[in-house]
Design a protein around this ligand. Sequence first.
Ligand SMILES: C[S@@+](CC[C@H](N)C(=O)[O-])C[C@H]1O[C@@H](n2cnc3c(N)ncnc32)[C@H](O)[C@@H]1O
Length: 287
Amino acid sequence: MAGHSHQSHEHGSDTDWASRAADITREGEVLMPYFTETVTWIASLCRGEGWEVRRIADIGSGPGVGTCVLAQEFDSAVVIAVDGSREMLDRAEARVKALGLSMRVQTLQAEIPVGLDRVGQVDLVWAAMVLHHIGDPVAALRELRSLLKPGGMLIVAEFGDPSRFLPDDVSVGRPGLGERLGDVDLSAAGFSDVSPDVIRAAGFDLVAERMVRVRRDPPLSEEARRVVLGYARRMSQLAEERLDLQDREALDVLIEEDSPLGIMRRQDVFLEVSRRIYVARAAGAVS
Ligand SMILES: C[S@@+](CC[C@H](N)C(=O)[O-])C[C@H]1O[C@@H](n2cnc3c(N)ncnc32)[C@H](O)[C@@H]1O
């Protein structure tokens, strides 16, 4: 998304990841169908090409929700979960242990693009929702390219369409609030641009692209509501410049935990999230 401002507060090194670990775990669990659909698809691409996957690097693994899906699907591969945050890796380790995957999952604390030389060569690099946090994603992608064995695959998951979670009429504020909130695109929040051009600029050829969608219908579970509440709170931080005063006041009601009209209590909240998945290989690589 060209034209995004690159405010440094959204980039990895300036974000307080430790405080976000619980939210990112919850989001990963609520969006589990996206992980399983994507990883199953990648595994079938690999099988179709006879590409045997023995080592995978999960870059910006966070609390390890995706790491464990990778380890379960590629059930003879070693997965190296790489993250800059110790708290995230502690959570990843606990999850790996609980799922009985400790023999095949390792963790490595590294602030990308530095420290990747400790990962070693891998057959797959998986980078989900992390590259937009890195100030220079082209430089980071070049480093990731150097991890891949010849013919190895890079998988990048990034924001898809703006998330939706409310019907158009929410009986709060002016009609059409749900739709206008849908236009407050969280992916435009000062993140780095991670487009096909960026991936190509780092020396990759794009081999496949797909949008993966998750929809949860009402009534939402408490956990799913908390994910929605998190999105709405982020929107309210961004809203200053994107919504008028009346809509901002209505949004305040929606994010009020105890309000009967708020996201945590109303019956019509749903969740629609999508992720765009890119599959790439080092340019000129023979598959
Ligand atoms: C939004 S979370 C995504 C977690 C996971 N991949 C997922 O899809 O659920 C971004 C993760 O990237 C990590 N991260 C951000 N910038 C990083 C950097 N420069 N080096 C290493 N990790 C970074 C954060 O610590 C956080 O765990």
